[in-house]
Design a protein around this ligand. Structure first.
Ligand code: NAG
Ligand code: NAG
Length: 840
């Protein structure tokens, strides 16, 4: 009786451990990610599909990986396609084990992520001599056309000497680590020494570099190396050692966070924190690999530091795939014992190419802290991107010096680390100090601390005062990180209640975008009642998802104006972006509205400022307010992101009557226009009124209106118009106009209703004809997620929310015949390049 059970158990143990050493070979094998019902047996599914079972997919509940040797077309492909069709029709007869398959995705190799270092301005600088004399001037300065070579302040030098003695810092390049203590440009450092003096040095905190490896045998890192949180996803070994000539980036970043205080090179910001590595950047990988990496040891790895992303070429518009988005939400909800892991991302180095971090689905996620770079004089750098999703900045290369840190090798230092690549890890180090001082901070508490403590710089540039009295700039977020202020706030801040959210319906605009200085405005009004129903007390993040058709994407720009009149530049024109498409289900994010009450009119203004042959039309948009809930006891967790919510665009979930479309006057030169538009109000202005002089007049009027309460853009109290000017008045009173337009509106609504009905019918028919992937299955997923209660109803809400992790919908689950052909016949490296260079 017992024996078979024991054998069974043994077999199970063998099976699972056999699947354990995670081996992926993307040259010879295909991989499939499947979401199974929790009672489904992966072994039986693998038998039914003729695939090998590779084990669980990272930490994603009920997700598993399967594989097969690469073939032109595997039988499993056809089976999985058939399965989708059947799930759509809810016809599971004879499916057996496969009935448990809720979702599947054949893995494609991913376009390579780009490291965000910049070529140092002083490439040929000799390596620093260990123990070099204090304040030997950086040789690098020679290359920089700056006649006033910085000189060390003797008093500051003495202070630093005292500090080093007090803390027993004997690391030879500590004196070059100006980002820790700047003796030349006083005040231009992260202000960390006061934290160290309190004995807060990162003890108990853990950060991991998601990168090209870290040198765990470096004398400067090995004592802090955290093996348990480390893995090499490129070579599938436990040690993410640098192996390629170019694998230095991760080690340099790791040194900034946690280089040991030990007489070798310098010290990290959190020099007693543990530091690990997840190596993913040195070979082609799939979403499945990256999703696993982003969740690796997520109870122990508190902070994931990511100094990479899609190319910063001013053309790419790329977001992580669905598995990666799921992994991030999984970490936010379940990682770090439910407090959420901290994802730190480099803002991107594309400023010179007119790039903006809201075109990058990693940096514009509400779940990531986006860190930009300033130089050692506190100046804006030529490379660090701007965007409304950027939370903070900190120091990096520029003005003749760079970040001094550890390099690959037993005792190797590096003096030229730069780009936003070097800024993000300094942030990660500061966050490690904060978690060391206050481990119970959630991911949102930490973001809130940054909103409250970051220090504005260069205030003569373009800063806005936010509702809660903080300063925000698209160039610097809430300002530069101050380690002391962050840690002090971390110690005492009240923890936030859980996160709630409020979704607008998809608002159908379907209107051509005027070219030139005018824009197209659409408004959604949030009521007190909606806030209460959503259990939302106040706003933290705001996301706007939108669809725009346009024949040249780079011509477009989008502003979001909140009820308090604060403007976020969600997108900006990009001169390099020739994509013959607009925005497809793209989600933009802003942190500028943190602390706003949320109630009132939220408007987006879409502009096509380039007067040329490229034009387009604003299809639809959706607003989501994210923030602290009112009643924690009734607040659920956000459902896992879904693959696609296209279908919901046609679902009218609320009366669309609060949508208004008018042309507005706006400034011509948005991104770089300083000082004169603190709160750019947007005035209603008819499309028909042409010349720019009128616009200018209207502009100055609106500028003087800076501090007035927000005027509803469509109403004009002085005019005889009941509607905007371009609607004829028929020479009758407002009251009669109401009647005329009312009758007209009823007719239009009736026709629109009829149209919608036929459209939906048509779509339904088309859908059932189409063989491609749909996600009716998601209802089941949802039922599973919500414990099977009210799955369907919640499913719709979930569908609306799928893109909390910003980005357009992922690739279809399975490749079509043609796709597959391409997949087979192309060298993966080539394909990587192609995918990387092209926009999505
Ligand atoms: C920098 O740290 C010191 C303590 O070392 C503190 O007094 C000062 O206020 C900090 N700077 C800011 C801007 O908080
Ligand atoms: C764009 O321009 C073309 C040619 O002038 C015109 O036919 C088309 O209707 C325009 N589209 C929009 C959306 O304005």
């Amino acid at each position: 009786m017992l024996l078979p059970k024991c054998l069974g158990l043994l077999a199970l143990v063998c099976f699972s451990s056999a699947a354990n050493p995670r081996i992926r070979n993307h040259d010879t094998h295909d991989y499939y990610a499947l979401h199974l019902r929790s009672d489904a047996s992966p072994q039986q599914v693998s038998l039914a599909l003729g695939l090998d079972y590779e084990g669980k997919l990272g930490e994603l509940p009920d997700h598993h990986t399967f594989s097969s040797p690469r073939r032109r077309r595997h039988a499993a492909d056809a089976i999985l396609e058939d399965l989708r069709r059947r799930r759509r029709k809810r016809d599971f007869t004879g499916m057996g084990a496969l009935e448990g398959v809720l979702w599947s995705q054949k893995q494609k190799t991913k376009a390579r992520m780009v490291k965000r270092n910049v070529l140092p301005p002083m490439l040929n600088r000799a390596p620093p001599v260990p123990g070099s004399k204090e304040d030997a001037k950086p040789a690098a300065v020679a290359n920089v056309p700056d006649n006033t070579e910085p000189v060390a302040n003797p008093e500051a030098v003495a202070q630093r000497t005292d500090l080093a003695r007090e803390l027993s810092i004997e690391d030879p390049i500590f004196n070059e680590q100006w980002h820790l203590f700047n003796t030349m440009q006083l005040g231009h450092d992260i202000n960390v020494t006061g934290v160290w003096k309190q004995g807060i040095t990162g003890e108990g905190a853990t950060a991991v570099m998601v990168d090209d490896g870290i040198d765990m045998y470096s004398d400067d890192l090995k004592d802090n190396y955290f093996a348990k949180g480390s893995y090499d996803f490129n070579e599938q070994t436990d040690e993410p050692k640098p192996r390629l000539k170019d694998d230095r980036h991760g080690t340099r970043c790791a040194g900034e966070i946690a280089a040991v205080k030990n007489g070798v090179c310098g010290v990290g910001v959190a020099y007693n924190a543990r530091i690990g590595g997840l190596r993913i950047l040195s070979k082609i990988i799939t979403d499945e690999d990256e999703a696993s990496a982003m969740n690796y040891a997520f109870q122990d790895n508190q902070i994931y530091s990511c100094s990479w992303g899609p190319p910063d070429d001013g053309r790419s518009m790329d977001a992580p795939g669905i598995l990666i988005r799921k992994a991030v939400v999984n970490a936010i909800q379940n990682g770090r014992q439910g407090k959420g892991n901290i994802y730190v991302f480099a803002a991107g180095n594309g400023r010179g190419s007119g790039d903006n971090c809201n075109f990058d689905g990693y940096t514009n996620s509400i779940y990531t802290i986006t860190v930009g770079g300033i130089d050692r004089k506190g100046k804006q750098t030529y490379y660090s991107e701007h965007c409304s999703a950027q939370l903070v900045v900190t120091y990096s290369s520029g003005s003749g010096d760079a970040i001094h840190t550890t390099d690959v090798g037993v005792n190797q230092c590096y003096a030229n680390h730069g780009g936003t690549s070097a800024a993000a890890p300094l942030g990660a180090g500061i966050f490690a100090l904060a978690l060391s001082a206050r481990p119970e901070l959630t991911w949102r508490d930490l973001q809130q601390i940054l909103v409250l403590t970051s220090v504005p710089i260069n205030e003569d540039e373009d800063w806005d005062t936010t509702y809660i009295g903080r300063k925000f700039s698209h160039a610097y977020g809430y300002g530069k990180l101050d380690a002391y202020a962050v840690v002090e706030k971390a110690k005492t801040i009240d923890l936030l209640k859980p996160q709630a959210w409020l979704n607008s319906p998809w608002m159908h605009v379907k209107h051509p975008i005027p070219q030139g200085v005018e824009g197209l405005l659409s408004t959604f009004e949030v009521t007190e009642d909606q806030m209460t129903k959503a259990n939302l007390e106040r706003v933290e993040h705001v996301t706007v998802s939108m669809n725009i058709e346009h024949t040249r994407r780079g011509d477009l720009s989008v502003e979001l104006r909140s009820p308090t009149n604060l403007v976020s530049h969600l997108s900006v024109t990009r001169r390099m972006d020739d994509a013959k498409q607009g925005y497809i289900d793209w989600t933009f994010m802003s942190v500028a509205h943190w602390g706003e009450p949320g109630v009132g009119k939220w408007s987006v203004v879409v502009k096509d400022t380039e007067v040329n042959e490229h034009n387009g039309s604003f299809t639809d948009w959706k607003l989501t307010l994210w923030g602290e809930c009112i009643d924690p006891s009734s607040q659920e967790l956000l459902p896992m992101p879904k693959e696609d919510d296209d279908d919901n665009h046609d679902v009218i979930t609320a009366s669309p009557s609060f949508v208004s479309v008018v042309a507005v006057a706006t400034e011509t030169d948005l991104p770089a226009n300083p000082t004169d538009h603190q709160h750019r109000p947007v005035n209603a202005k008819p499309i028909s009124s042409g010349p720019q002089t009128t616009t200018t007049a209207s502009m100055s009027a609106s500028t003087t209106a800076t501090n007035l309460p927000s005027e509803p853009p469509v109403e004009d109290k002085e005019s005889p118009h009941f509607l905007p000017h371009y609607f004829p008045t028929f020479g009758v009173s407002k009251r009669t106009q109401v009647w005329i337009y009312g009758a007209f509106a009823i007719i239009v609504l009736f026709c629109a209703g009829l149209g919608t009905y036929f459209f939906v019918q048509h779509r339904k028919r088309r859908r059932s004809e189409r063989e491609d992937y749909e996600f009716e299955v998601l209802d089941d997923e949802d039922a599973a997620l919500n414990g099977g209660v009210g799955g369907k109803k919640k499913g719709r809400r979930a569908g609306e929310l799928y893109d909390a992790f910003a980005g357009e919908s992922d690739e279809e689950g399975l490749l079509s015949e043609e796709d597959e052909h391409e997949y087979r016949d192309e060298d993966p490296a080539e394909r990587g390049k192609k995918e990387g260079s092209d926009s999505y």
